[in-house]
Ligand binder design. Structure first.
Ligand code: SF4
Length: 325
């Protein structure tokens, strides 16, 4: 039996471009154009790519903040891609999201106990005020916050504490999958390390807890993820175990991303080979033909603009979409 918590197949998300008084559809923005991946129970899958490549749209489709245009999302054995809003209550409990900016994602009018405990009330997970308070206190402690802070409002917290508050809220429904959408990019470096360690510790404590960790920070993704998928313009172009992907990077886009990432070791930083990408990320409104990376790829050949490469397994689950690999 499969131990996948979620299975995504050929997921597409097209946003219509409407024009004129009658709001006629004139084109589609292809934010996701047929992506497939699985996440196993207890696993962290990292999703990396430049801003605008579709990473956040993946997370929002999984938790069904967006309804996919096409494709399948099987979560805990049930198809949810086309499920109606009224049938998604259990998904919103079993799957939670931690956003990039904890300040705008937390209701400033609620105190922190009310914020963290809101899912307990929405999903009827407690039967008395006493049980509510005990559970909220437990969630505070789990997330590294002092229960003395339960009466405070989000603006009284530091950035790192606010992200801990978001994590405590995400844990309230005892979810199986947490989508972490750039959870550390608004924090300073020491806070980033603390939040990554907290996420890891929680996963160790709660058997079977899985993460989709979305980030443009390749080092953070390497640190926390068991497997990594690299996205470019609505497609997954490379996916492998974290160690394999970082030591045998095969796709020219992943190579360029990695070589643009500053390294902590100055000797390695100075002596490494740099792969330079040309130009900017093209618009998903009018993506390039064939391999969508061909307009920026230093290794592009004639076939690259004519035919889209398939994501194929080149051994041991290392999947790459490139005609030259
Ligand atoms: Fe570059 Fe061609 Fe490979 Fe695309 S298919 S990554 S353009 S070499």
């Amino acid at each position: 039996m499969s131990n996948n918590i979620i299975e995504v197949r050929d997921l597409k998300m097209y946003f219509p471009v409407l024009r004129g008084l009658l709001k006629r559809k004139v084109a589609d923005v292809k934010a996701l154009d047929g992506i497939s991946f699985d996440i196993k129970e207890g696993e962290t899958l990292g999703l990396v790519g430049e801003s605008g490549c579709g990473k956040t749209t993946v997370g929002r489709n999984l938790i069904r903040l967006y309804k996919p245009t096409d494709g399948s999302i099987v979560f805990k054995g049930k198809e949810i891609a086309k499920a109606k809003e009224k049938d998604l209550g259990w998904v919103r409990r079993e799957m939670a999201m931690v956003f990039q900016d904890p300040y705008s994602s937390l209701n400033p009018r609620l105190n922190s106990a009310e914020i963290v405990g809101e899912p307990l009330k929405i999903h009827n997970l407690v039967s008395s005020k006493k049980e509510f308070n005990e559970r909220v206190e437990e969630l505070f402690v789990m997330s590294g916050l002092s229960p003395d802070m339960m009466d405070r409002y989000p603006h009284e917290y530091s950035g790192g504490q606010r992200q801990r508050l978001s994590i405590a809220r995400a844990l309230a429904g005892d979810p199986s999958l947490i989508i972490c959408d750039e959870p550390i990019s608004a924090l300073d470096v020491s806070m980033q390390a603390q939040i990554l360690n907290l996420l890891q510790k929680l996963q160790e404590k709660r058997e079977g807890l899985s993460y989709l960790f979305i980030s443009h920070d390749l080092l953070a993704v390497q640190y926390i993820s068991k497997r990594v998928a690299v996205m470019y313009l609505g497609h997954i172009v490379e996916m492998a175990d974290s160690e394999e992907l970082y030591s045998h990077t095969l796709h020219p886009y992943s190579q360029a991303l990695l070589s643009a990432q500053p390294l902590p070791d100055p000797f390695i930083e100075e002596n490494r080979e740099v792969v330079v990408m040309q130009g900017e990320l093209p618009t998903p409104l009018n993506p390039p033909s064939g391999c969508t990376f061909h307009t920026r790829c230093p290794m592009a050949q004639k076939i690259c603009s004519e035919k889209a490469p398939e994501l194929k397994d080149v051994g041991c689950g290392h999947c790459v979409a490139c005609h030259l690999v």
